[in-house]
Design a protein around this ligand. Structure first.
Ligand SMILES: O=C(O)CCC(=O)C(=O)O
Ligand SMILES: [Fe+2]
Length: 344
């Protein structure tokens, strides 16, 4: 079955953009990771907050439709994912990232690979490196990697990851249905998109680590980007407002963690399906001097051989139809400009 690993194979990334810095040993920000002051310290608005939606609210569909259209991002509570599961996955991620660098390099993502340890996939688009290390999991890829890292004790990591992926898949399916229902599209389209995405292997789980940084005002955790797939569910249980979104006419807004809530954001593919009614939110992550932040992002997407096009029954489509694989290839070449290449 077509999945993200196939889609990435044709776009190798140079090793210098894959191997993260050894953050354990570093006590100052090297020039390679030093961003211009203005990129890291844009003024951030704290007074405006993104919507928080109770999934048990009888109006959840309407609230999600409104938040997706107006913000492209919202937080959900009463989502049915136990706090223990949110904490367990963070704990396993912390265990992985705290391994010595030579251990982590055993599971380094290969240049044409999609899974394993390494820098963010967007790294080659920027002249400076990010204060970040990641670990990408697709399907059961964590099994081989965990066996390399913990030959006698790999099961714990795999069990936590598998359970988490299963739970995320259910939740992503539920939220995708609610977002699609709020659009002006046919019942058939809603049912077929929700079902085919659920059955696909198109999802990925990304563990993110943002180590403590000696000079946070000159470093960036994750540079501004949009997520490529349909929607992302982000677990940021840590108590820091490091994630920021860009809102036209306002600027950068901090996404303050709400206890036990999960952050949901619209990705490029849902933006296309919605005929641009839902913005695919531009976001970035800042770093801290004394908090080593972990986040876990679940990217929910369809099979990479499926065709994506605006689904609206009434509007003139503003994007042409294309396969997910083709969109990923355009994004791999043009990043933020990808959507402009498929505009009609
Ligand atoms: O760590 C975060 O808060 C955001 C992570 C993110 O944007 C990503 O993994 O694409
Ligand atoms: Fe992201």
């Amino acid at each position: 079955m077509s999945n993200l690993s196939d889609a990435y194979r044709d776009y190798p990334v140079h090793l210098k953009h894959i191997i993260p810095l050894d953050f354990h040993t570093i006590d100052s920000v090297p020039e390679s990771h030093e961003w211009p002051h203005s990129d890291c310290l844009e003024p951030v608005i704290d007074e405006i907050s993104i919507p928080v939606i109770d999934l048990m609210d009888p109006n959840a569909e309407q609230l999600i439709g409104h938040a997706s259209g107006n913000w492209g991002i919202f937080q959900v509570t009463n989502h049915g994912v136990p706090l223990s599961m949110l904490m367990d996955v963070e704990c396993e991620a912390r265990r992985l990232f705290s391994l010595p660098v030579e251990e982590k390099l055993k599971v380094l993502r290969s240049p044409e690979g999609a899974t394993g340890y390494g820098s963010a996939r967007i790294s080659p688009f920027f002249s400076k490196f990010m204060w970040h290390e990641g670990f990408t999991i697709i399907g059961s890829s964590s099994l081989d990697h965990a066996k390399e890292l913990w030959p006698h004790d790999y099961k714990r990591f795999c069990d936590v990851i598998d359970e988490y992926q299963k739970k995320m898949k259910e939740l992503a399916h539920q939220i995708l249905l609610l977002t699609l229902k709020s659009l002006d599209i046919s019942e058939e389209d809603i049912a077929s998109w929700a079902a085919s995405t659920y059955e696909s292997n198109g999802a990925a789980l990304q563990l993110n680590s943002y180590p403590c940084c000696p000079n946070p005002s000159r470093a960036i955790g994750l540079a501004p980007h949009t997520d490529s797939l349909l929607l992302t569910i982000l677990n940021q249980t840590h108590d820091s407002s490091a994630l920021q979104i860009f809102r036209d006419g306002v600027g950068w807004i901090a996404v303050a963690p709400v206890p036990q809530a999960l952050v949901v954001n619209v990705g490029d593919l849902l933006h296309i399906l919605s005929n641009a009614k839902f913005p695919s939110v531009y976001h970035q992550v800042i770093v801290s001097e004394n908090k080593h932040r972990i986040s876990v992002a679940y990217f929910y997407g369809p099979r990479t051989d499926s065709e994506v096009a605006p689904l609206s029954k009434v509007e003139v489509p503003i994007y042409r139809s294309l396969s997910v694989k083709e969109f990923i290839s355009i994004k791999a070449k043009h990043l933020d400009k990808a959507l402009s290449f498929i505009r009609i």
